[in-house]
Design a protein around this ligand. Structure first.
Ligand SMILES: Cc1cc2nc3c(=O)[nH]c(=O)nc-3n(C[C@H](O)[C@H](O)[C@H](O)COP(=O)(O)OP(=O)(O)OC[C@H]3O[C@@H](n4cnc5c(N)ncnc54)[C@H](O)[C@@H]3O)c2cc1C
Length: 379
């Protein structure tokens, strides 16, 4: 058998771009096929916990990420009026936690890979085995052949659909809004991620690089619920008007075009993700709710580990089986914990919310340990 060399990656989001970089650093020949004509990410922020900044360090881009991001030292949960429930220190690791604009992270990943490794405007349609090789075809008529194929094509992955033919992702009756503004609210505590928990709703904010504030809100909602008739921003202003002062301040300081809304889905974790010389990665393999902020972080871990497995094992089928067996137990825990956290956030009866808040206050050390255990993982 020839050593595995040419790897087809479907999807150039954070997961696909990180995989291209990890494989490029490991002397493989990856090529990413991305359906959009421009490499881009949505206008929102992201928290990179220590488990992810570890990967950036391994890929040689941590210093650059720190330069364009913002160092974060505390993760604080509060009641909706701003009474502290738990404060999790984040600076106990050998690696920092970085708040970063998604586009900055994405650029750092793909700019470190030769540009010809990204083929844009190509929508993946299907694949077929050709002996030990895999042939992928695209709606444009393009066909390409490689030694292995990695599906990093996100929540509604076509690679997954063909490979596994399983059920669609599950809507969890929760939607989010994300906003970006240069306004720094009066109640902002430097270096903190501050979250506020109310009745069936939550709100959080953090600083990104370049003095940008990133905020996010979540609320119980039916799938595909349209914006309030008075408009997205006005609707949010009303929803959060009596919350801790920073919350309505941030909403009103944000232009409506800078407020995104997204329905939240996940999948109960199941195996397999891989068959022969094809595997999945990131949201294609394991979409999760964003309550632990680990979707992109675990996609970075996947990218690094899949490259390592391909380096250690010539046969891609064996390498992908090993990759999946290393990833599944950790991912299962994170997907389940993210769903549990969302369920806590969805409590909307005053009595159960008061109980939850009291529980959080008294179980601070346990909650803190559970978060830091996830962040302590080193791929
Ligand atoms: C509200 C919200 C907040 C979040 N906050 C955080 C956070 O703080 N920290 C964190 O770690 N994670 C967070 N996440 C999760 C994170 O955004 C995702 O897990 C991550 O972006 C997944 O990356 P991916 O590359 O796997 O998929 P995607 O980013 O979805 O990329 C998939 C790519 O594949 C392309 N594609 C799709 N189909 C095809 C096709 N047929 N042919 C070619 N290309 C195709 C798409 O165009 C896209 O570029 C959050 C998510 C949400 C919704």
């Amino acid at each position: 058998m020839q050593p595995t060399k040419n790897i087809i990656i479907i999807g150039g989001g954070i997961g696909g771009a990180a995989t291209a970089l990890a494989l490029h650093r490991a002397s493989f020949e990856p090529v990413v096929y991305e359906r959009t004509k421009v490499l881009r990410e949505v206008g929102a922020g992201i928290a990179l916990w220590a488990n992810a900044t570890h990967i950036l360090k391994k890929l040689g881009i941590l210093e650059d990420a720190i330069r364009v991001g913002h160092l974060t030292a505390n993760y604080q949960f509060n009641s909706q009026r701003g009474k502290e429930l738990v404060n999790i220190p984040l600076d106990g690791f050998e690696l920092p936690v970085v708040g970063i604009h998604r586009a900055e992270l994405h650029q750092l990943l793909w700019r470190n890979v030769p540009s010809e490794k990204f083929v844009l405007g190509q929508t993946f349609e299907g694949f077929e085995q050709e002996g030990e090789k895999i042939r992928a075809y695209f709606s444009s008529g393009l066909t390409v052949t490689g030694d292995a194929l990695i599906g990093a094509d996100g929540l509604r992955s076509r690679v997954r659909g063909i490979l596994l033919g399983d059920q669609p992702p599950v809507y969890r009756n929760f939607k989010t809004w994300r906003g970006l503004t240069n306004y720094i609210p009066r109640g902002y505590r430097p270096g903190y991620i501050q979250e506020f928990l109310g009745l069936g709703k939550g709100f959080g904010f953090m600083m990104l690089g370049k003095e940008q504030m990133y905020w996010y809100a979540a609320a119980i909602a039916p799938e595909a619920q349209p914006d309030a008739p008075i408009g997205r921003k006005k609707g949010l202003e009303i929803e959060f008007q009596d919350w801790y002062t920073s919350v309505p301040e941030l909403i009103s300081a944000t232009e409506e075009v800078n407020i995104l809304t997204t329905d939240l889905y996940d999948r109960p974790p199941t195996q397999p993700w891989s068959k022969q010389n094809i595997t999945l990665l990131g949201d294609a393999a394991h979409p999760m709710l964003p309550t632990m902020g680990q979707g992109a972080c675990t996609a970075l871990e996947d990218a690094f580990i899949v490259a390592k497995c391909l380096q250690e094992q010539q046969d891609p089928t064996t390498a992908f089986q090993h990759y999946e067996s290393l990833r599944f137990p950790r991912i299962k825990l994170i997907v389940e914990q993210s769903l549990q956290s969302a369920n806590m956030g969805k409590l909307n009866n005053p009595f159960t919310v008061a109980l939850r808040n009291t529980f959080m206050k008294f179980m601070g050390a346990t909650i803190s340990k559970s978060f830091t255990d996830f962040h302590a993982y080193r791929a």
